[in-house]
Design a protein around this ligand. Structure first.
Ligand code: OOG
Ligand code: MG
Length: 254
């Protein structure tokens, strides 16, 4: 199948909340082709008026790699339509089989104009926050190859960011929990994210420069989940919490 057709199929799967078969079941695509399909699929969202607001990294922690059986860092695009706020509800009926995972988010202070390093990365970051990412693979049974998941915009389908905090906030070596109602369903430490979530910014900058993409001041980077993800269901409240970063909650309805 042509890339455009594959992109359309993935986009429609998201719009209709209807899973599709993995691409890799019927044809083999390489990583470069997978990113091209992702780009085409997200372009359909832009055409409908959605705005690019940042990127998410995936598989930056061992917990996530092991859960999904995939072993390479990947990135996907975030649009304004995917963002939730605390006074909103997430309707599970608009998703296929959504899962939530606790994340660390960074807000950019400057446009990324070079591959960043440990010396200059902090000059580019305005603030940090706890976040929840909602992932919803468009593939049946949430099963995919690395190329499949990249083509599918790395499963991204929603996110919510807690209160932004200054960069003196302890965001590395921070305990982080995912709760469903009052039950702690996942817990970990933010060092699980590449040894320090700041590494996600360095990696993101490298990927953007390599791919000729731009990231600008005011845009967001989701550093990746520190723990495995959990399925979410209606009539629950999902919370991500960390002592220094605070907490963010999302109400899930039918
Ligand atoms: C792919 C997305 C991975 C993360 O934080 O590691 C990801 C998936 O698990 O469906 O978002
Ligand atoms: Mg994630």
């Amino acid at each position: 199948m042509k890339y455009n057709k594959l992109a359309e199929r993935l986009d429609e799967a998201a719009v209709n909340a209807q899973a599709v078969e993995q691409i890799s079941n019927s044809q083999s695509i390489n990583l470069e082709q997978a990113y091209a399909i992702q780009g085409l699929s997200i372009a359909r969202r832009y055409k409908r008026g959605e705005k690019f607001v940042g990127i998410k990294l995936g598989f930056t922690s061992r917990a996530k790699m092991e859960q999904m059986g995939v072993h390479d860092l990947i990135w996907g695009r975030l649009t304004d339509r995917m963002q939730y706020f605390e006074d909103e509800e997430l309707r599970v009926s608009e998703f296929i089989h959504p899962r939530a995972e606790p994340e660390v988010a960074f807000l950019l202070k400057k446009d990324i104009d070079q591959a960043l390093n440990h010396e200059n990365v902090m000059d580019y970051i305005e603030s940090v926050a706890i976040a929840i990412e909602i992932i919803d693979s468009r593939f049946q049974n949430f099963k995919f190859s690395l190329e499949d998941v990249v083509a599918d915009n790395c499963s991204s389908s929603g996110f919510i960011i807690g209160a932004w905090k200054g960069m003196s906030t302890q965001f590395n070596d921070a305990e982080i929990q995912l709760k469903i109602d009052s039950d702690v369903v996942q817990h970990g430490n933010t060092t699980a994210i590449l040894g320090n979530p700041i590494e996600s910014i360095i990696e993101a900058s490298r990927l953007m420069i390599e791919n000729g993409e731009t990231l600008e001041a005011g845009q967001v980077i989701l550093a990746g989940a520190a723990t495995a993800a959990e399925y979410i269901t209606a009539d629950t409240i999902v919370t991500a919490a960390s002592p220094s970063l605070g907490e963010v909650r999302l109400k899930i309805v039918a």
